[in-house]
Design a protein around this ligand. Sequence first.
Ligand SMILES: Cc1cc2nc3c(=O)[nH]c(=O)nc-3n(C[C@H](O)[C@H](O)[C@H](O)COP(=O)(O)OP(=O)(O)OC[C@H]3O[C@@H](n4cnc5c(N)ncnc54)[C@H](O)[C@@H]3O)c2cc1C
Length: 285
Amino acid sequence: MLLRPLTFHTPQTTVQAAKLQATLNNARVLAGGTFLINSLKLLKRKGSKTPEHIISLRKINELKKISLQNDKLIIGAMAVISDLYDSPHLQANTAILRTVCKNISTNPIRNMATVGGNLTCRYTWTELGCVMVALEADMHFINQDGKEEIMTAEEFFQNAAKSDKIFSHVSIKIDKSAHVTYHRVKKSANVDIPLLAVCIKTHINQQRWSNTRVTINNGIAFAQRDHILEDFLNTQTTHPKLATEALNHLNTEIYDKRSDDYKKHIFRISLKNAIQEINDQTYDQ
Ligand SMILES: Cc1cc2nc3c(=O)[nH]c(=O)nc-3n(C[C@H](O)[C@H](O)[C@H](O)COP(=O)(O)OP(=O)(O)OC[C@H]3O[C@@H](n4cnc5c(N)ncnc54)[C@H](O)[C@@H]3O)c2cc1C
C-alpha cells in the first residue's frame, strides 16, 4: 500500500530535527521505521488523517553513537538494537542490556529498530524502558531552542512516555557493585513479544540487600516499580527462603491488572526466579 503524499525531511543534526519538530504541523519523527511505517499504513487504511511531514533521524550520525563518558554509558537514540547488543562498552550493571537485546524479535528487526524508538514509541510492552528504570537511567531530549532537557527514565514512564521533543540519548551510571537480573515471559514458544518482564537491581553487602529497584512491565501499563517488594527486600539478608517469602510482599495492584490466573501465576514465578538468581549468587553458606 502506498502512503499518502508527505514531505520527507532529512536533518543532519539533532538541533535541526528539534527545530523542524517544533515548527512543522502534523509531523512525525522516523527512527528505524519498524513501527511507524506500519502505523501510517494502518491510519490510511482506516481513513484517518496521516502526517504531512516525516522528520527522519537517519542522517544524524551523532545520534548513533554508543560510548563511555567519564563513568557513564551513553546510548544514542539512533543506535540500533543489534549495535547495542554488540557494544564492547556494556559492562557491570549495563551488561544486562545484552540479555534484553538478545530477546528482542529477530535479526532483521534488531538491525533496524532503534533504542530511541523502543523507548519513545509509547507501546507499553517494549522492553528497554523496564531496564532503564531499574538502572536509574537519565533520558536526554533536545528542545526547539537546541537546549538539552533531562528527566529520569522513571519520570518519563510515570508520565506515560509522552514527549514532543527529540530524544537524543540515554545515560546510565556504571555501577560495578550492583547485581542486576532480567526475566521476561513470551506469549508463545516462538520468537515473540513479552507478556511481562521484571528487572531487579540491588546492592548486597555482607549478604544484606540495599538500594533495591524492582521494575515491572506488565504489558498494559508503562514500566513501574514495586515499592512494597523493594521495601521488603531492603530489610533482608540473603537466605534460602528469601525468594519464596518475598512473594508475600508484592504490590498486587501491579500484577492483578493482568487478570487471568495464568498470568498472575507466571508473574510470581518470574519474580521468584529473579530474586532467587541474585540470592544464589550472593548467599554465603
Ligand atoms: C515484529 C516486531 C517485533 C518486536 N519485538 C519486540 C520485542 O520482543 N521486545 C521489544 O522490546 N521490542 C520489540 N519490538 C519493538 C522494536 O524493538 C522497536 O522498539 C520498535 O520497532 C520501534 O523502533 P523504531 O526505531 O523502528 O521506531 P520507529 O518505528 O521509527 O518510531 C516509533 C515511534 O517512536 C518515535 N521516535 C523514535 N525515535 C525517536 C526520537 N529519537 N525522538 C522522538 N521520537 C522518536 C517515532 O516518532 C514513532 O512515533 C518489535 C517490533 C517489531 C516490528
